[in-house]
Design a protein around this ligand. Structure first.
Ligand SMILES: Cc1cc2nc3c(=O)[nH]c(=O)nc-3n(C[C@H](O)[C@H](O)[C@H](O)COP(=O)(O)O)c2cc1C
Length: 196
């Protein structure tokens, strides 16, 4: 294994932690654009790409988000340089003629049932949320994903009159490790994997 491969593993997995404390260091908008331009290449069903992102960065936007964050997530969210809302568009199939042009029938794989559309939007936006975390780490950012918020409230505030729903929030910035607790264990291969 090359030194750079080892470094990449450290950056993306072994050394990467979930952060709650942040250095007072802004994330330039160009980095947010680079982040999207990396994560967008991760695969989704029929390339449907249902994730929709809002980067909450300004104090005004943070104030709009604040009422919907649970108490235990408030300080870390208000102090993070950026909080991303990772959402999904249940009407994602409308864009398939653009995103999957080699099969113009693809819309019909999803649009026949709201449940099917929503399940696929949630599944694929969750995967895209994983790409978001990996891409952030590749760019030297740290992440703090959160599901502790009022989803209905966030959706009314940020996605009114649409079929877009929030999936999870992710604080991003340059982490301050002073209060990190000891890393929690993960399952070993033999505990949860099978090779058949
Ligand atoms: C989808 C998702 C939701 C989470 N929600 C919260 C949350 O609401 N509040 C919180 O403090 N941590 C939350 N976490 C953080 C996890 O507890 C943390 O990522 C996990 O314990 C692994 O920590 P590590 O990355 O430091 O190893 C969430 C993580 C994910 C991926």
């Amino acid at each position: 294994m090359s030194a750079s491969e080892e470094e990449t593993k450290q950056t993306i997995f072994y050394n990467a932690r979930t952060y709650s404390d942040w250095q007072a260091k802004d994330i330039p908008n160009t980095i947010l654009k680079n982040l999207y331009d990396l994560m967008k290449w991760g695969p989704t069903s029929a390339n449907c790409s249902p994730a929709r992102l809002i980067f909450i960065k300004s104090p005004k936007a943070k104030a709009r988000l604040k009422p919907f964050i649970i108490e235990s997530n408030l300080k870390k969210t208000m102090s993070a340089p950026v909080t991303a809302i990772i959402a999904f568009d249940i009407d994602f199939y409308k864009y398939l003629p653009k995103l999957f042009p080699h099969d113009l029938d693809a819309q019909n794989w999803f649009n026949y049932s709201k449940d099917v559309a929503e399940t696929n939007a949630f599944r694929n936006s969750s995967i895209q949320g994983g790409y978001f975390i990996i891409a952030s780490r590749m760019l030297g950012l740290d992440c703090g994903p959160m599901s502790g918020f009022d989803q209905t409230g966030v959706d009314k505030e940020f996605f009114p009159n649409s079929n877009i729903k929030s999936n999870f929030l992710c604080n991003i910035g340059y982490g301050d490790s002073k209060n990190l607790f000891k890393r929690s264990p993960r399952f070993d291969f033999d505990e949860i994997c099978e090779i058949l």
